[in-house]
Design a protein around this ligand. Structure first.
Ligand SMILES: Cc1cc2nc3c(=O)[nH]c(=O)nc-3n(C[C@H](O)[C@H](O)[C@H](O)COP(=O)(O)OP(=O)(O)OC[C@H]3O[C@@H](n4cnc5c(N)ncnc54)[C@H](O)[C@@H]3O)c2cc1C
Length: 381
């Protein structure tokens, strides 16, 4: 930045990811949207391409992708299928607390595992009574000797049904509120951990979300990331970094719907001419193109800032909000441009619209992003 083009290597990354999305994701996107089944074949291929483990550093056996590379890949994956993209992207979300606060041994153990074979991890912050207000969590970890004993309930844990470990945010000192929060790695096979059934959703149906129930679940005390009380800061730093990947998902799903709408507008004849000939339609498409390009630049800016060690709370919140609001607007307009066909399952735009909605909700709703932006501008940042 400010070099608005991609380098030859980044162009290659984009082309390779696009091929993956076109050849491996698109042909099965509708199937997994309908069945909600876990797409083992796609995730195995994603690991072969280096996407499932993209953020694992080279010294832990992974490709060590930058956030910029992650954003480039995520746009293409979301173009391929919003639900499959979320499963792959959320592995990076779960790994980021370890990248931020893990010791070299913890990184080798928990991230190295994902570099060795196609495995999943999950980020578990939300609770039934603590969503946007994550600091109000009640899941509790009590230190007893060399163990933490965990009790409580988590929800909406993406990849949770298939994860080998969880980056769990819980309270180690309820008297301190958010400052008493810690992040602890919980292996899947921990006695006392019960994984709930999958959430039935409007869109992104290929992705998996579950509740987690902890009943005196014991994990070694060495599984804590950093120190007790650092959890909330780790969570916020994680989300600052990963919001560019969500924004990229917004750009990808918007672009998918835009391409279909543009082609349709140029070929659908009504009143003896393509519907594109009506300014009401061509201006809609112009606005869609405008917003997608702006969203992509904001996304790249947020990713670039993380890669260059620049605090980006404001820019990542702006990118996430703008790109995912764009995704919702563009996909809704695409349905409108296709008329009755837009509403039918014969065309992909209705799926894009359903998939886009979730992007405005997870990793902090777009209302909460506006709170972050407002706080930052109030402080003169
Ligand atoms: C499919 C899916 C996947 C998810 N994946 C994960 C995951 O992997 N890990 C994880 O930890 N969580 C995950 N989440 C949870 C997600 O991050 C939360 O749903 C989100 O943070 C909102 O919390 P909530 O649903 O409890 O809504 P609430 O916090 O109850 O909010 C309800 C509404 O009120 C608004 N609101 C709340 N407070 C304010 C305020 N102060 N000002 C203005 N508006 C406000 C919100 O924006 C929202 O519109 C996922 C959720 C879904 C649906």
């Amino acid at each position: 930045m400010p070099d608005f083009g991609l380098s030859p290597e980044q162009k290659e990354t984009k082309e390779r990811a696009h091929q993956f999305a076109e050849k491996i994701m698109r042909p099965v996107a509708r199937k997994y949207d309908e069945t909600g089944e876990w797409a083992v074949d796609v995730y195995k291929a994603a690991w072969d391409y280096g996407y499932l483990q993209a953020l694992v550093p080279e010294d832990c056996g992974g490709p060590g992708a930058s956030q910029m590379e992650e954003a480039i890949v995520c746009e293409e994956l979301s173009w391929g299928c919003g639900g499959l993209y979320t499963s792959i992207m959320a592995n990076g979300l779960a790994m980021t607390p370890v990248l931020i606060a893990g010791s070299p041994e913890q990184k080798k153990k928990w991230l190295g595992m994902i570099a060795e074979e196609p495995k999943f991890a999950a980020f578990s912050l939300s609770e039934p009574n603590a969503g946007s207000d994550a600091g109000a969590m009640s899941c509790r970890a009590e230190k007893k000797g060399d163990k933490y004993v965990i009790n409580g309930t988590k929800c909406y844990c993406t990849n949770g049904g298939y994860a080998d470990w969880y980056a769990l945010f819980c309270s180690t000192d309820p008297s301190k509120g958010a400052r008493g929060t810690s992040c602890i790695i919980v292996p899947r096979n921990t006695p006392g951990l019960v994984v709930g059934k999958a959430l039935d959703k409007m869109g992104q149906r290929a992705s998996n979300q579950v509740e987690l129930y902890f009943n005196d679940a014991e994990v070694p005390a060495e599984n804590i990331l950093g120190k007790e009380g650092m959890g909330f800061v780790i969570a916020m730093k994680t989300l600052d970094q990963t919001r560019a990947a969500v924004a990229a998902g917004g750009v990808g799903v918007a672009r998918a719907a835009f391409e279909i709408a543009l082609e349709y507008a140029k070929t659908r004849i009504q009143f003896g001419q393509p519907i594109f000939a009506n300014q009401a339609i061509s201006f809609m498409l112009a606005d869609m193109a405008k917003k997608i390009e702006a969203a992509r630049l904001l996304t790249w800016q947020a990713a670039w800032m993380t890669d260059n060690g620049i605090k980006n709370s404001k820019q990542s919140a702006i990118a996430k909000t703008f790109a995912t609001d764009t995704a919702m607007e563009v996909t809704t307009d695409a349905v409108q441009i296709l008329g009755g066909n837009g509403y039918s399952r014969d065309y992909l735009v209705e799926k894009c619209m359903r998939d886009a909605k979730l992007l405005q909700i997870y990793e902090g709703t777009n209302q909460i992003q506006r709170l972050v932006i407002a706080k930052e501008i109030q402080q003169g940042n």
